[in-house]
Ligand binder design. Structure first.
Ligand SMILES: O=C(O)CCC(=O)C(=O)O
Length: 243
């Protein structure tokens, strides 16, 4: 992580758990059309607002090996940023390279996020595997990757690509004949505004159905003594007492 800005944790999910996650992905993708913009991909299907319908994704979102890496970089309290299922269909061209923390007007050297891409299918050089520019998390503002600086992250299904929010990367070109599915989960510092409004999307009843751990990750954890309270209370306590 320090040197390259990313690490692959191979085959963290396998067998029944992986099969269940793939079936859940297919259920969620049923009836979903291609995205309507070039960045998300006009041959890519995406599903957001997952916290109210986590199903078999839950063990991926809370995997201890992933969270050990994330906590080492962001500290003990952090929250989900963008959270989505993506299906890169055959014919989808390469995405525009970007770094996820680029949505925030923050100094380049601040680690505002540490993110994970779970491969639900094998990631190969030809099927749209994520491409990364190794070491680019340390590049200064304004330096962009040249095409030959981007390398595909080849990994078997069930692996997790954990990467710095400062790392330049993109979804690759799917030249194959099968869809490449992934679950993408950003983790960001607790005082940043998440790209997705998880609290509104999940709703009070949905939040109550989550585990306390997932609720914290959804954004209920206060960020220090003053940020994120409700009437001076920890939102977790408020949620329990306002049923
Ligand atoms: O699907 C991928 O491999 C990466 C997608 C991505 O980085 C994004 O849409 O922000």
């Amino acid at each position: 992580m320090e040197r390259d800005g990313f690490a692959v944790l191979p085959r963290l999910m396998s067998g029944e758990r992986l099969d269940a996650a793939r079936s859940h992905a297919d259920e969620l993708l049923r009836g979903v059309g291609w995205s309507d913009n070039d960045f998300d991909g006009r041959r890519t299907r995406r599903v957001y607002s997952l916290l109210g319908r986590l199903g078999a994704f839950e063990p991926l979102l809370t995997h201890p090996d992933v969270h050990a890496l994330v906590a080492a970089r962001l500290g003990e309290v952090y929250q989900f940023g963008m959270l989505f299922l993506t299906a890169v269909d055959p014919g989808q061209g390469g995405q525009v390279p970007h770094f996820d923390a680029g949505v925030y007007p923050l100094p380049r050297d601040l680690e505002a996020g540490t993110n994970v891409i779970w491969a639900l299918d094998d990631f190969t050089a030809g099927n749209g595997a994520t491409v990364v520019a190794p070491g680019s998390h340390r590049w200064p503002a304004g330096r962009r990757p040249q095409p030959d600086e981007l390398v595909p992250v080849v990994m078997p299904a069930g692996s997790a690509l954990v990467y710095s929010g400062r790392l330049w990367h993109a979804a690759g070109h799917n030249r194959g004949d099968r869809t490449r599915r992934a679950l993408i989960c950003e983790h960001i510092l607790p005082w940043l505004r998440p790209a997705d409004n998880h609290l509104l999307a999940t709703g009070l009843d949905g939040l109550r159905r989550l585990t306390p751990r997932l609720r914290r990750l959804a954004g209920l954890a206060p960020a220090g003594e003053y940020l994120g309270l409700i009437g001076g209370q920890d939102p977790e306590r408020w949620l329990q007492s306002n049923v």
